[in-house]
Ligand binder design. Structure first.
Ligand SMILES: *Cc1c(COP(=O)(O)O)cnc(C)c1O
Length: 211
């Protein structure tokens, strides 16, 4: 893990686009190395793996943890207690549960709702029409701060197809007056920037290959 590589990527990205360094599969020492050159947002997709790193890195007070993985209902309390952002809320029921638990725990997590813009059985997410139907109910929920939408494109798309799906996400977020779009990974981040991403979730591009 070479921080020069991270800095090179950071310099290519417009300053209004945030980088979420996806550290799943990488060690806390590697997180420390790039935190040391100014990266403070880190994304993890498995609670237990993340929690172990959070304990080791607890003295690095500037780190903000983002949960980006599939949310198991029995882990919601732990996720709410230990993450500032949750990008991967993929159903109304889970959102409701997050809201209830946030009230009990006196937390106020920043939330991005995962939306699915193409058929991909391997991925969860709100159907866009359902999200619109539920929108007024969603806005009533307490102790959550909805900042945007998140999407993961299926693998193997052309650059144009990636761009068009990201554009749909941006358009829906705009229509709901949400500022954030968490979209773009190591293979499609350029298209995501062009379509209006505000959070690129970059793992291997920053840290190298995962083992
Ligand atoms: C692993 C992961 C990423 C990062 O993937 P890379 O291809 O390594 O950049 C981004 N988003 C989610 C939800 C992930 O699980």
């Amino acid at each position: 893990m070479n921080p020069a590589n991270y800095l090179k990527i950071k310099n290519k990205i417009p300053s209004n686009v945030n980088i979420l360094a996806v550290s799943k599969g990488f060690k806390s020492q590697e997180i420390k190395t790039i935190q040391n050159v100014g990266q403070n947002d880190f994304g993890e997709s498995k609670f237990q793996e993340a929690f172990e790193k959070q304990i080791i890195l607890k003295d690095l007070k500037d780190i903000k943890w983002h949960f980006i993985g599939r949310i198991q209902s029995n882990k919601i309390r732990k996720i709410v207690k230990n993450f500032k952002y949750i990008h991967s809320v993929d159903s109304f029921e889970k959102l409701q549960r997050i809201s209830d638990i946030s009230c009990e725990e006196k937390k106020n997590p920043l939330i991005m709702l995962q939306v699915k813009f193409s058929e991909d059985p391997s991925k969860g997410g709100f159907n866009p029409e359902l999200l619109i139907t539920k929108w007024s109910e969603i806005q009533e929920l307490k102790n959550i701060k909805l900042t945007g939408l998140m999407t993961i494109n299926p693998k193997g798309l052309s650059s144009k197809e990636n761009f068009e799906l990201f554009q749909k996400c941006r358009a829906l977020a705009d229509s709901l007056q949400l500022s954030d779009c968490s979209m773009g990974m190591s293979g499609d981040w350029e298209e995501a920037i062009d379509a209006g991403s505000t959070w690129l979730r970059l793992g291997s591009l920053i840290f190298g290959d995962r083992f």
